[in-house]
Design a protein around this ligand. Structure first.
Ligand code: RIB
Length: 289
């Protein structure tokens, strides 16, 4: 089986700061790193490191060749990433404080110019039961779910960065939805339904340091977080999503897939960066918490 991921690719500029800046404040960073990120790229690398055949659909600008190479080296199929010469790769400015919390500003760049023919060509390779993964940092999500329904794909949406309108538009098409607790409250307020009442087979609410909650078939199951000291939470949610969908795609029952994803995310927060922090499956299996 295969995970097709229509997703963003960003160049992450990461600044270590004593605290997240307040309005009007000028702050000296104590460290700076540049690396591969973007919720889409992070999820594709996580899915590939979790062992799934992973095809990324996206776009980079003239400055993004190294980003594609890094994804390829991580095991991601990059044939359907468009190289656009007239624009720049998306980038993110990420402040990370001493507790590992972050604040992110995005410049979408090529992520908002993904050619429709890249999406259509990629999904022409899909087979019934394959997974289509989407987030909210690209264009073409509605077109993608229409094609996915025609092909009988399992359709998953990581509702980040959260926008209630975008989530409501995609809801009727989804088999899997993942979002955080605050977003879940916004969604239930907007739809007037509880998460269990949504017509989505699997809903996962991530609870940060408290773990995750899975809604399925009228049941709710809690997954406590593992005890780790975070240094950088950037991309931890993306690691969780990539792992859980990759594990499910490879036949693991959802409960076991969530356990595995929780272990992967716990390891990721103990490391700096986004893609650079995503652990390999062997490390996840062997880690002692
Ligand atoms: O979820 C973390 C990611 O959000 C970063 O890698 C950044 O690029 C933004 O997309």
């Amino acid at each position: 089986m295969t995970v097709f991921n229509l997703g963003s690719i960003n160049i992450d500029n990461v600044y270590r700061v004593p605290h997240l800046p307040s309005p009007g404040e000028t702050l000296a960073a104590t460290g700076y790193e540049r690396g591969l990120g973007g919720k889409g790229a992070n999820m594709s690398v996580a899915a590939a490191r979790a062992g799934a055949r992973t095809i990324h659909i996206g776009a980079v600008g003239a400055d993004g060749g190294w980003a594609c190479e890094q994804m390829r080296d991580a095991g991601v199929d990059i044939r359907h990433i468009a190289r656009l010469t007239h624009t720049l790769t998306g980038h993110a400015i990420i402040n990370v404080d001493r507790k590992g919390e972050n604040a992110i500003v995005l410049v979408p760049g090529a992520n908002r110019e993904i050619p429709e023919n890249a999406l259509v060509a990629a999904l022409a390779e899909a087979k019934p039961g394959d997974t289509l993964l989407l987030q909210n940092e690209t264009i073409l999500q509605t077109r993608a779910v229409e094609i996915a329904r025609d092909h009988g794909l399992f359709t998953a949406f990581a509702a980040a960065p959260f926008e209630i309108e975008a989530t409501n538009v995609l809801l009727p098409w989804l088999d899997f939805l993942i979002l955080n607790e605050i977003e879940a409250h916004q969604l239930t307020r907007s739809t007037g339904k509880t998460l269990a009442e949504l017509d989505v087979d699997h809903v996962i609410v991530t609870l940060g340091a408290k773990g995750a909650r899975w809604f399925h078939g009228g049941q709710v199951q809690e997954f406590p977080a593992l005890p780790v000291t975070p240094v950088d939470t950037t991309g931890a949610g993306d690691t969780f999503t990539g792992y859980v969908l990759a594990a499910r795609d490879q036949g693991l029952p959802m409960g076991k897939a969530i356990d595995l994803a929780g272990r992967a995310a716990a390891l990721a927060v103990t490391r700096h960066g986004a893609v650079n922090a995503i652990p390999a499956l062997k490390e996840v299996r062997e880690a002692q918490f």
